[in-house]
Design a protein around this ligand. Structure first.
Ligand code: APR
Length: 258
């Protein structure tokens, strides 16, 4: 059964947002596309069109060729550092400042553009590309007086750096294929979407789970679900409204004061 469409969907949505107690934005790679960071699944420019995700975004791929994966992340990190928040990030941050406590952001993005625009509290489901963590638990863990992993000071620029004590490797602090989402972030995200009166799903293909399941969760909990994306997504049927538009164009129209 299709819902009757409003003749003024944008105006109605602005009114709905004005009266919403809680708004949640669930963002994906398209949120940062207009900042110059490539998406993953775009047929022409997407990261996975040019590279094999299993080679570059899995623990197996990293163990097979740590230097190749480290270099690929170094390239992406440089792209993130060079990028600037776009008008969509800025509109959300400005709205959050004007209405403390009303807007929550859950992102699949590993860049920090929401934060650099001024949104302090962002729930990050897939980690932080600018941070590192150790690949394995420390080989000495549990032993009395065991050293904790430390980057070898003799080779701080190794690709990747290693632990001076046990040879453990540093890796990017992102969630790779086959890995669990951070428990705290997933729990916080589930609460944020469940409590939202309006969920705006911005720039995600909706094809990666369990993140994509947050949209159905929000809808079942009673949220009004709106998708903002210039292309069709795998979760369009979950939405009450689909706005075919880009993040940087649509979010200022929704959130900037008249
Ligand atoms: N504004 C809004 N949406 C856009 C824009 C834009 N300017 N440009 C592209 N899009 C949309 C595309 O139409 C597509 O639906 O962004 C979406 C990007 O989809 P994906 O590349 O699949 O990215 P995402 O949904 O974030 O992927 C989820 O998959 O590989 C993993 O960990 C990675 O976090 C990522 C996850």
């Amino acid at each position: 059964m299709s819902l009757p469409q409003s003749r003024h969907p944008l105006r109605d949505l602005r009114v709905r947002l004005r009266h919403a107690g809680r708004i949640c934005v669930f963002s994906g790679a398209g949120m940062s596309a207009e900042s110059g960071i490539p998406t993953f699944r775009d047929a022409q420019t997407g990261l996975w069109a040019r590279f094999d995700p299993m080679q570059l975004a899995s623990a197996e791929g990293f163990r097979a060729d740590p230097a190749q994966v480290w270099d690929w992340y170094a390239m992406r990190r440089e792209g993130v550092r060079q990028a600037q928040p776009n008008a969509g990030h800025v509109a959300l941050a400005a709205y959050a400042r004007r209405h403390p406590g009303r807007l929550r952001i859950v992102t699949q993005n590993v860049d920090d553009l929401h934060q650099r625009a001024g949104c302090a509290e962002v729930i990050r489901l897939h980690g932080d590309i600018l941070a590192d963590r150790w690949l394995d638990p420390c080989a000495h863990a549990g032993a009395a007086d065991a050293p904790v992993c430390e980057v070898d000071p003799a080779a701080p620029d190794a690709r990747p750096p290693r632990c001076r004590h046990c040879g453990n490797l540093l890796r990017p602090a992102v969630v790779w294929f086959g890995e669990n989402l951070p428990y705290d972030a997933l729990t916080a995200a589930e609460a944020a979407v469940s409590e939202a009166d309006v969920l705006l799903v911005v720039g995600t293909s909706g094809s990666v789970w369990p993140a994509a399941g947050l949209v159905a969760r929000a809808r079942h909990a009673g949220a009004h679900v709106v998708i903002i994306n210039p292309q069709a997504t795998e979760i369009d049927e979950e939405a009450h409204l689909v706005l075919s538009a880009t993040a940087a164009r649509m979010l200022p129209r929704l959130f900037d004061p008249l």
